[in-house]
Ligand binder design. Structure first.
Ligand code: SF4
Ligand code: SF4
Length: 295
């Protein structure tokens, strides 16, 4: 079998979180011990698969519903996969509530974090100190916030305190529309905010998912992305492989960064070259400018 370049977004059964964000269905949810065991077993199965795919060049992003890094099996997976020569990047979305010392064990050329700051869930200074520790350790990471009005001052304070080389992204809040004044305020902080402001029309457009990007769940079901439910096959019996092919998006819109970043009609593979999964731009955009979001 010929090797391929494959980006894999993994989301297992974990659905619990140590935070209580008012905008999240997983806030303070608990998984039973049985559910946690199942999540661990599913993650270890996936990690084993990824370790054996030595013919491929893999990039992996863990996108748990809840918080993964408070669970040791996610930390172990990041460290183990980071040391595999055929794995180019392994990253995870996290609220950064976890310890950071374990990252010293990882290959820092491969591991990366997509961190979200949730004001109201963690003291500002504690979160900031975590980001400073990541910088000291030499970990690649981005930091972001949900663009709710109540978060604006927190985001401004964070932007000022972060080193210039750390990108701060802003996600449009789900179901929220921004007037130009509000959008400008967020764009001052994140010049790439215009990409997030509105859902992207995607129907019939070419998207890399299903060809060089796949979504995998805990049972190994492979879909093109987290948003299109049609299955392409299973990871563990290899049946997904024959289904990898370019295909247009079947949905009307795509409104999540982990989806539309792969749309071929957007220039985001160039904008985030080398950091697509952890949302780190190739060159930091100058704050206060506004790019044209190619739609
Ligand atoms: S940290 Fe993330 S998963 Fe946890 S409650 Fe907040 S938004 Fe939800
Ligand atoms: S554009 Fe978004 S919804 Fe459509 S296939 Fe790509 S990732 Fe999935």
């Amino acid at each position: 079998m010929t090797g391929v370049d494959l980006t894999t977004l993994y989301r297992g059964p974990l659905a619990s979180c140590d935070y209580d964000c008012p905008y999240c269905p997983f806030a303070k949810r608990r998984d039973s011990p049985g559910q946690l065991r199942a999540d661990r077993a599913a993650l270890e199965r996936f990690t084993g698969w990824a370790e054996r795919q030595t013919e491929d060049r893999l990039s992996v992003l863990f996108t748990p519903w809840g918080e993964g890094l408070v669970r040791p099996w996610y930390r172990r997976a990041l460290v183990a996969l980071s040391h595999q020569p055929h794995i180019r990047r392994v990253a995870i979305q996290t609220n950064l509530s976890c310890r950071t010392d374990w990252l010293a064990e990882a290959d820092l050329a491969t591991v990366a974090l997509w961190c979200t700051y949730h004001p109201g869930q963690t003291p500002y200074q504690r979160f900031l100190a975590k980001t400073h520790r990541l910088t000291e350790l030499g970990v690649r990471f981005s930091v972001g916030v949900v663009g709710l009005a109540a978060h604006l001052e927190h985001a401004r304070r964070l932007r000022e305190a972060l080193p210039d080389q750390v990108y701060l992204w802003v996600n449009a809040a789900e179901g929220h529309t921004y007037d130009d004044e509000e959008a400008d305020a967020w764009t001052e902080l994140d010049p790439l905010f215009p990409y997030s402001r509105h859902p992207h029309r995607s129907a019939g457009l070419p998207c890399r998912t299903g060809a060089s990007v796949i979504s995998v769940d805990g049972g190994g079901s492979v879909r093109r992305c987290h948003f299109v439910r049609t299955e392409l096959g299973n990871l563990y019996d290899g049946s997904y492989r024959a289904a990898l092919a370019p295909r247009p998006c079947p949905l009307d819109t795509c409104d999540c960064h982990i989806g539309y970043v792969h749309l071929e009609t957007l220039p985001l593979y160039d904008v985030f070259a080398g950091g697509v999964l952890e949302r780190v731009p190739a060159a930091l955009p100058a704050t206060g400018t506004r790019p044209v979001p190619g739609r």
